[in-house]
Ligand binder design. Structure first.
Ligand code: NAD
Length: 499
């Protein structure tokens, strides 16, 4: 198959770089094709066309930008099957999972059509001396979007659509592990009528990211990915005086009270814990039953559900989840399980030896469940981005909340209970950006802000919701006076006041 190029000025573009990297089909372990990595010259070219095109796109009417965004939405709908297959083949997730990701991404596109409303300014007439003051929000210019591998379509849509709807030009750097969808999105934008040069894709690794962070032509950077990389990007980008928003790792705790509907809590843990081979930033990572009896009853319910799960290639309609993204990722997950076992966790279900018949080289790990995980263990502390989940037994709600709040990450936290007072207390005391009450994956609808706390986010903005429109626009305040032609004007040395 053809190698993946960049997408610059409305066309696939080989760029000038000499490096490339393999893109795998995780379901088979085979290399699909190479992804061409761009260099400084490639990035320069992309930024130069984006800057030029951005001038007219930024000056285009809201009506024009809306028309293109609406059409883009329709084209994604029409191309969902094709897009889902491309996501799945490069990522390993099942087709229904890929379609779900596209649907959530569409929410961001739909919400971006609110850009005219969200970027409206304010106006005050005659603040003093017949002066009127108003604010306007204008596009920031060229924005860099750096994406992770786990949502090849949803995250770029969440990052970039609002940027474009607000009148900016985008340089997207997708994950080099799943580069194909970004090119397809570029083709759909073009078909929707987006002018060439507004949606650009540059492929690469750290070298390309550093180029984006240092380039004076980039005004803002949004990043979704792991915490160490996000922290680095935030500091380097802001040191270069760019606005930067980074959405990073998670370790989402799910507290289950003794009074909860345990059947629905067990189902929620299984689907939100293991779906997409647990490669979701909002996946439930840890189950915190309150009381040993709750733990035992939950285990009884959860074990058979996990034992019956089917792991298989992306195109197996019976598969519950697929392979993890790479051989390195598989090795890191296996190591995390080994270390947890050595540190004293009980392996309730062991997926380490799983192979999928006919796909022996695929990057598969079976669902793994560890009981008696403690907060001292590496398995507890680190994000494990694969289908190994842990149980931390707790004695009380207060202990469960304290444990949740002491973790490095604060992306999501969930409670299952039938008691409204307990749920309310949890919502008030727990420090997480997204909180679920009897809802396992509390990713809010696209018109709410999204983002974690503590080291799950760097920067003040949120990923979507109204914050995104503010992030991608700058504010100007204009004070104006239109005196009558006959009016006399005199100079004054006093500090201007409104009296
Ligand atoms: P990653 O941090 O390895 O890569 C993300 C992006 O950064 C990629 O484009 C990659 O090329 C680039 N990159 C990687 N190493 C770099 C380096 N040293 N310097 C500069 N750039 C570098 O993340 P990933 O493995 O692709 O994605 C999984 C991570 O993303 C998980 O930690 C997950 O929790 C997180 N995530 C967070 C959210 C959220 O909303 N908070 C959403 C999705 C994923």
């Amino acid at each position: 198959m053809e190698n993946v190029k960049h997408f610059i000025n409305g066309h696939p573009d080989a760029g000038f770089g000499k490096r490339h990297g393999p893109v795998y089909n995780p379901s088979t372990g085979e290399v699909l094709y190479q992804c061409l990595y761009g260099d400084a010259k490639t990035l320069d070219r992309a930024i130069s066309v984006a800057t030029e095109a951005g001038l007219s796109w930024g000056a285009a009417s809201h009506a024009k930008r809306l028309e293109v965004t609406y059409r883009f939405r329709e084209l994604i709908r029409e191309n969902t099957d094709r897009m889902a297959r491309l996501i799945s083949i490069e990522h390993g997730k099942t087709i229904p999972d890929a379609k779900g990701e596209i649907l959530r991404g569409l929410e961001a596109v739909e919400f971006a059509t609110n850009a005219p409303h969200l970027t409206k300014g304010e106006y005050s007439r005659n603040v003093g001396g017949d002066i009127d003051v108003f604010t306007v929000r204008e596009p920031v210019g060229v924005v860099g979007c750096i994406a992770p591998f786990n949502f090849p379509v949803m995250v770029p849509l969440m990052m970039a659509t609002m940027a474009i709807a607000c009148g900016n030009a985008v340089i997207l750097k997708p994950s080099e592990k799943v580069p194909g969808s970004a090119i397809l999105l570029g083709e759909l934008w073009k078909e929707a009528g987006l002018p060439d040069g507004i949606w650009n894709v540059v492929n690469g690794d750290k070298e390309m990211v550093d180029g984006i962070l240092d380039h004076p032509g980039i005004a803002a950077v949004s990043f979704v990915g792991s915490t160490p990389v996000g922290e680095y990007i935030y500091h380097r980008g802001t040191a270069n005086n760019k606005r930067v928003a980074c959405f990073t790792g998670g370790k989402n705790h799910m507290v289950v009270m003794p009074d909860a509907d345990l059947e629905s809590a067990a189902n929620a843990f299984v689907s939100a814990g293991y779906g997409s081979a647990s490669q979701r930033c909002m996946a439930i990572s840890l189950l915190l039953p309150v009381g040993d009896e709750t733990a035992e009853r939950l285990l009884e319910l959860i074990k058979p559900k996990i034992e019956n799960m089917l792991v298989g290639p992306y195109n197996d309609p019976k598969a519950d989840f697929g392979a993890v993204i790479s051989g390195e990722s598989k090795a890191a997950i296996l190591r995390a399980i080994d270390v947890a076992e050595q540190e004293g966790a009980t392996v309730v279900l062991d997926g380490r030896k799983l192979t999928v018949s006919g796909h022996e080289k695929g990057f598969y790990i079976g669902p793994t469940l560890l009981d008696r995980v403690t907060t001292k263990m590496e398995f507890y502390q680190k994000e494990v981005f694969g289908p190994a989940r842990g149980i931390v037994r707790t004695a009380s709600l207060e202990e469960a909340i304290a444990i949740t709040n002491a973790h490095e990450f604060g992306n999501g936290a969930v409670i299952y209970t039938r008691n409204g007072e307990v749920a309310r207390r949890f919502g008030m005391k727990v420090e997480a950006g997204m909180i679920g009450v009897n809802v396992p994956v509390p990713v809010p609808a696209g018109y709410f802000n999204f983002g974690g706390l503590r080291r799950s986010k760097f920067g003040e903005s949120h990923l979507f919701g109204p914050d995104a429109a503010r992030f991608y626009t700058k504010s100007k305040t204009i004070s104006q006076r239109w005196p009558e032609p006959s009016e006399q004007s005199q100079y004054s040395m006093n500090f201007p006041s409104n009296s």
